[in-house]
Design a protein around this ligand. Structure first.
Ligand code: ADP
Ligand code: MG
Length: 240
């Protein structure tokens, strides 16, 4: 479903992605972890071209995403993205946040888009907030709405960039629960997170990134019990 082939990215002379090779199978959940500044956000952002790359190839669902001819709207319909800071449109109601792209990009009619939106809001437990504005919601509710918004495009892949790190602790669980349900429904997911409980329980594989390189790639039980690299061991110790 997702294939990174020798991907390189520079920000000026900073080599942020240094030869990334990674395959994510359909239905797989891959957790990406690593120190701050190691390139995790840049890595997942390249998969829907929120960031361009300088060398290598990225294929998502059979499309070469870095090809300048790729239609970015079509690509982003297939690859949903959930941000750390939710990024809901503040001037739109919850319902309108969700129906905007299906109507504008997928040309869904309004009634069908709203029906789908309500179903998705029920799935993430925020249907009672459909007429509220984002500022009237808790962080956990906003993030669950943001997940529903991504799902409204009926994507093949969902990418999450530290989706719970801006939340108060008591709201982290409700968002992780929605993500776990999504994983169990068979969605292909790449999740940047330091929630190691989620990684243990839900991930098929954990990727440890440092200085723009994948240093380890292992099933969670192996990664947590027996990390190979000193940098990974040090990172895991800091999380305890
Ligand atoms: P992580 O998500 O692992 O914390 P990032 O992918 O955000 O790391 O960043 C990797 C490196 O690239 C960091 O040194 C960061 O400062 C730098 N960086 C990220 N985005 C930009 C940008 N738009 N312009 C210049 N440097 C950037
Ligand atoms: Mg980041």
């Amino acid at each position: 479903m997702i294939r990174f082939i020798n991907v390189h990215k520079w920000f000026k002379d900073l080599h942020v992605l240094n030869g990334i090779n990674l395959h994510v199978q359909a239905g797989e959940v891959v957790v990406v972890c690593g120190p701050s500044g190691s390139g995790k956000s840049t890595l997942i952002r390249t998969a829907n071209q929120l960031e361009s790359i300088n060398d290598g190839e990225i294929w998502v669902n059979g499309k070469n995403v870095a090809d300048p001819k790729t239609n970015l709207n079509a690509l982003r319909a297939e690859v949903g993205f959930v941000f750390q800071h939710f990024n809901l449109y503040p001037h739109l109601s919850v319902l309108d946040n969700i129906t905007l792209s299906p109507i504008a990009v997928k040309k869904m009619d309004k009634a069908a888009a709203e029906k789908l939106a309500v179903q998705l809001l029920e799935r993430v437990g925020t249907a009672h907030k459909q007429n509220a504005f984002p500022a009237q919601l808790s962080g956990g509710q906003q993030q669950r709405v943001a997940i529903a918004r991504g799902l409204a495009m009926q994507p093949k892949v969902m990418l999450f960039d530290e989706p719970t790190s801006a939340l108060d602790p008591e709201m982290i669980g409700e968002v992780l629960k929605v993500m776990k349900d999504l994983a169990e429904s068979g969605m292909t997911m790449m999740v940047v997170t330091h929630e190691m409980g989620f990684a243990r329980e839900v991930a098929d594989r954990v990727i440890f990134v440092d200085h723009g390189q994948i240093l380890e790639e292992a099933p969670p039980e192996e990664f947590f019990l027996n990390p190979q690299h000193d940098r990974a061991k040090q990172f895991l110790r800091q999380l305890l």
